[in-house]
Design a protein around this ligand. Structure first.
Ligand code: NAG
Ligand code: NAG
Length: 730
C-alpha cells in the first residue's frame, strides 16, 4: 500500500490593503479594484499559507461555493388595486423606478423574455451607468437589460450571461420586469406579470452556473463590478453557510456597496424547519418569505362528499370520477413471517415508499400516504413508484401532529398533499367506510384567502448565528408561489413563466421597493432606506391577528424581523435610524473583531478602542438584547426625514418578564435632518424570569407616522448572572 498525495490547486481569495503582492502572482483568476483591494488566484495551500505571512496581506482564504436558493404580489403589497390598476395611493403614482439600475447577482437572465422587453423605456441609459454588456451573436442587451457580465466558467464553449436555470430570470423580473399580459403556468394565476420597479433597468452579473454552486471568487468579482458599474440596488440571493463577516464575500461586497449608497438586499435562505438565517451582516437587508392572499388549492373530495384543501401543482383532470381509496399502510407488499420485518414493511407502505406496496391491491386506486414533511426530493421517487404499480393517484397526508405545512409541489400524476388535520379526517373516513372512495381535483386559483400573509414554511429563521444581538431576518415579503419569468432552457417543454417559491423570490420584491424609494429620495443612505422599510412593516395578518407560520402557529420576529413590507408607509416613514461607515466600524469592533479583521471588510486602516461596547448599540431599526443579566441599556438616534416639524411620543410593549423604559417620553423634531438620541433601559423581573427569547416592541408615533421597532430579549437566569441562590432557582 502506498499513499498518493494530491497537489490540489485551489482558488484563494487574497485581500491586501495595497496591491503590491499582486505582481507576484501568475494565476490570478480575478482582481478586485473598484472597492475591494485584493485578488483571487489559484495556488497550492502551502503557497497560500506563505502568502498569508507576507507583509501587506490582510487575509487569505480559500474559495468556497455557495448555493442559490431560489404575481398577485403587486396587489398584495398595495402597488395595484384588485383589478390590476395602479392603486390610488400607490408609489407607482410617484415613480416606477425610472433611471434606476438594479444589479442582479444570480444565474444570469433570459434576455428574450417579454418581461425584459424595453418597449417604452427611454433610448438614453441612466447617466450614472458605467457598465457593459457581454454581447455576442447569442446574447444581446437592450434598454431594459442594460448590462450583463458573467464570471468564471471555463470549459463551456460559448459562455454568455444567459440563464439556464430560471432563477436569475425569475428574480430579475420580480424586481424590475416589464408588464406582460396573459401570463400563467398550467392555466393557473392567469394575469399580468410585472416587477415592483417596472421602469428600472437591470444589470446582470452571472455568478452561478448551476442551481447549487456559485464560487465565492466569482461572487466577489460580481460585487466589485456591480459597485463600479453604478447600480443603485443590489439584490443578492446566494447564501453562504460558512464564513464570518470578514471572510464572507457577500458581507464584504455588501459593505462596500452600502458605503456608496447602494442598497443591498439578500435572501434569508431556505431550508427545513429549524434552518438558520444567512446573509446576516447588519448593512444588508435580509429578507424572509411569506404568502400572498392567493392560493392554488388542489383539493381532495371523499365519497361522503367532504372536501379537504390540498396543495399541488399537478394539472391532471380525473373528471370528477371517484376511485377506490386505500391507505398505503393497509396494502404492504410481500407479507413476511417475521413480525419485526412486517412492522418495517408496514411503515414503508404507510409512507408509500416505492416497492413497499402490493401492486395488485394498489392498481386503479387512489393511495393515501402518511409523511411528516413536504419535501421536493422524494416526489419523483414516490410518483415513479406509484406509476409503476398502476395507482390512479395519491394523497400525501402530513402525519406529524399539528403540522399543517404545505408546499406547491410539482407532481407528475394526480396527487396532492394535505395537512395534519385533513390527514386525520381522511384516515378516519377510510377506517369507518365500507367502500372508501375519493377524487383529486385540478388545482385552481383562489384569491382573498385568509389569513394572509403567512410565513413560507421554508423561510430560515433567527436568531442570527453570527451576532445574536442583531435581529435577523429584517423583513418579510411575498415569496410563496410567485409566478415570474423563467429561462426557456431550464425545462422541457420550455416554460416562459413559472411558479417558484423561496426567499429568493421575496428578496427582489424588497430590491424593487428599495429602488422606488431611492428614486424618490436620492439623498437617502442605504441604512435610511432600510430603516424606512423596516419601521413601517406590519405584523398582523388580514384577520387582524399576529402573522402565523406555516403550521398556523404564531410567528415571531425570528420569522419575519420587523414584519411585512408596506410600500406606501415606507415612502413616508417620518423618522429613520441612519447609520454610516463609522457606525459599522464601531459595531465590528464592539462584536470583538480585531482592527485587522475590520480592515478586511473596510479595506482601509482601522483602529478599535480598547474598551468594547455591545453590538446592539449599532443604530439599528430593531433592538435585540441577548444574555441580559439584570440590566442593560441600548442607545438609538432618530433622524427626521419629514418636511414638517413634529413631536413624537413613545409607546412600549415590553417582552414578558422584562421592564423597558426610555429616557424620553417625547421627542420634538423642528426640521428635516434633525437628530435626537434616546436610550432604552432593560431590567429583568426575576419573579417572571423568561426562560427563552421573549418579544415586544416600541413605537415612536405622531399624528401621521408610526415608527415601530421589534424588541427581542433573552435573559440569563438569576443564578447565571451571579445574583441568585439555589433555593430561588429550583
Ligand atoms: C435577489 O436576491 C434573491 C435572493 O437573495 C435572488 O434569488 C434573486 O435572484 C435576486 N434578484 C435580483 C433581482 O437580484
Ligand atoms: C437620553 O440619553 C441620550 C444618550 O445618553 C442623551 O443624548 C439624551 O439627551 C437623553 N435624553 C434625555 C431626555 O435625557
Amino acid at each position: 500500500m502506498f499513499f498518493c498525495s494530491f497537489l490540489l490547486f485551489q482558488t484563494f481569495l487574497i485581500l491586501v490593503p495595497g496591491r503590491s503582492v499582486e505582481s507576484a502572482m501568475e494565476t490570478i483568476v480575478h482582481s478586485y479594484t473598484q472597492a475591494i483591494n485584493g485578488f483571487a488566484a489559484e495556488m497550492l495551500p502551502s503557497q497560500a499559507f506563505m502568502l498569508q505571512q507576507m507583509p501587506g496581506v490582510v487575509s487569505v482564504f480559500e474559495d468556497y461555493t455557495m448555493s442559490l436558493q431560489t404575481t398577485r404580489s403587486m396587489n398584495f403589497i398595495g402597488l395595484e388595486d384588485a383589478s390590476g390598476n395602479t392603486a390610488a395611493n400607490s408609489l407607482w403614482k410617484k415613480t416606477k423606478g425610472e433611471n434606476m439600475i438594479i444589479g442582479v447577482l444570480d444565474s444570469g437572465v433570459w434576455p428574450e423574455s417579454a418581461s425584459f422587453s424595453d418597449a417604452g423605456l427611454p433610448a438614453s441609459l441612466p447617466a450614472k451607468w458605467r457598465g457593459s454588456c457581454a454581447s455576442s451573436a447569442s446574447f444581446q442587451c437592450n434598454r431594459k437589460v442594460i448590462g450583463a457580465r458573467y464570471y468564471g466558467k471555463s470549459g463551456i464553449a460559448d459562455p454568455t450571461p444567459r440563464d439556464t436555470t430560471g432563477h436569475g430570470s425569475h428574480v430579475s423580473s420580480i424586481a424590475a420586469g416589464a408588464p406582460v399580459a396573459g401570463v400563467n403556468e398550467l392555466g393557473l394565476a392567469r394575469g399580468i406579470a410585472k416587477g415592483v420597479a417596472p421602469q428600472a433597468r437591470i444589470a446582470v452579473y452571472k455568478i452561478c452556473w448551476t442551481e447549487r454552486t456559485c464560487s465565492a471568487a466569482n461572487v466577489l468579482k460580481g460585487w466589485d463590478d456591480a459597485i463600479g458599474d453604478g447600480v443603485d440596488v443590489i439584490n443578492f440571493s446566494v447564501g453562504n453557510r460558512k464564513g464570518s463577516y470578514w471572510s464572507d464575500v457577500a458581507s464584504i461586497g455588501g459593505f462596500h456597496a452600502t458605503q456608496r449608497g447602494i442598497v443591498v438586499v439578500a435572501a434569508a435562505m431556505n431550508g427545513d424547519a429549524g434552518c438558520v438565517v444567512q446573509n446576516t451582516a447588519p448593512w444588508v437587508m435580509t429578507v424572509a418569505a411569506s404568502t400572498t392572499d392567493r392560493r392554488l388549492p388542489c383539493n381532495v373530495v371523499l365519497g361522503d362528499g367532504s372536501v379537504y384543501q390540498g396543495s399541488s401543482l399537478a394539472n391532471f383532470d380525473l373528471g370528477n370520477t371517484f376511485y377506490p381509496l386505500v391507505y398505503g399502510g393497509d396494502i404492504p407488499a410481500k407479507p413476511t413471517t417475521s413480525p419485526a420485518r412486517q412492522a418495517c414493511v408496514h411503515s414503508f407502505a404507510a409512507g408509500c415508499s416505492p416497492g413497499a406496496l402490493d401492486p395488485a391491491k394498489a392498481r386503479g386506486k387512489i393511495i393515501f400516504c402518511g409523511a411528516p414533511e413536504p419535501s421536493s426530493d422524494p416526489i419523483k421517487y414516490v410518483t415513479d413508484g406509484m406509476k409503476a404499480i398502476g395507482a390512479i393517484g395519491f394523497i400525501v397526508g402530513n402525519n406529524a401532529v399539528g403540522k399543517e405545512r404545505l408546499l406547491s409541489l410539482r407532481f407528475t400524476m394526480p396527487a396532492t398533499q394535505v395537512g395534519n388535520k385533513a390527514a386525520n379526517s381522511i384516515s378516519s373516513y377510510i377506517k369507518s367506510s365500507m367502500n372508501p372512495t375519493a377524487t383529486i381535483k385540478t388545482p385552481t386559483t383562489v384569491l382573498n384567502q385568509k389569513p394572509s400573509p403567512m410565513m413560507g414554511i421554508f423561510s430560515c429563521k433567527g436568531p442570527n448565528p453570527e451576532v445574536p444581538d442583531i435581529l435577523k431576518p429584517d423583513i418579510t415579503a411575498p415569496g410563496v408561489d410567485i409566478l415570474a419569468a423563467w429561462s426557456e432552457a431550464a425545462d422541457k417543454p420550455p416554460l416562459k413563466y413559472k411558479f417558484d417559491s423561496g426567499t429568493s423570490m421575496a428578496s427582489p420584491h424588497v430590491a424593487g421597493l428599495s429602488t422606488l424609494l431611492k428614486s424618490m429620495y436620492p439623498g437617502w443612505s442605504a441604512a435610511a432606506i432600510k430603516s424606512a422599510i423596516m419601521t413601517t412593516a406590519y405584523t398582523q395578518d388580514s384577520t387582524g391577528k399576529p402573522i402565523l407560520d406555516g403550521d398556523y402557529d404564531i410567528a415571531t420576529p425570528f420569522n419575519y424581523g420587523s414584519g411585512h413590507i408596506n410600500p406606501v408607509a415606507a415612502a413616508d416613514p417620518g423618522l429613520v435610524y441612519d447609520a454610516g461607515e463609522q457606525d459599522y466600524v464601531s459595531f465590528l469592533c464592539n462584536i470583538g473583531l480585531s482592527a485587522k479583521q475590520v480592515e478586511l471588510i473596510t479595506g482601509k486602516p482601522e483602529t478599535c478602542p480598547s474598551v468594547r461596547g455591545r453590538g446592539n448599540n449599532l443604530n439599528y431599526p430593531s433592538v435585540t438584547v441577548t444574555n441580559l443579566a439584570r440590566e442593560a441599556t441600548v442607545t438609538r438616534t432618530l433622524t427626521s426625514v419629514s418636511d414638517s416639524p413634529s413631536t413624537y411620543r413613545i409607546g412600549i410593549t415590553p417582552p414578558s418578564g422584562i421592564s423597558v423604559t426610555a429616557n424620553a417620553t417625547s421627542l420634538t423634531f423642528s426640521k428635516k435632518g434633525e437628530q435626537k438620541t434616546f436610550t432604552l433601559n432593560f431590567v429583568v423581573n426575576y419573579d417572571f424570569l423568561p426562560r427563552q427569547y421573549v418579544y415586544g416592541e416600541y413605537v415612536w408615533y405622531d399624528n401621521t407616522h408610526t415608527v415601530r421597532s421589534p424588541i427581542v430579549v433573552n435573559a440569563v437566569s438569576r443564578l447565571a448572572s451571579g445574583e441568585g441562590n439555589l433555593v430561588y432557582e429550583v
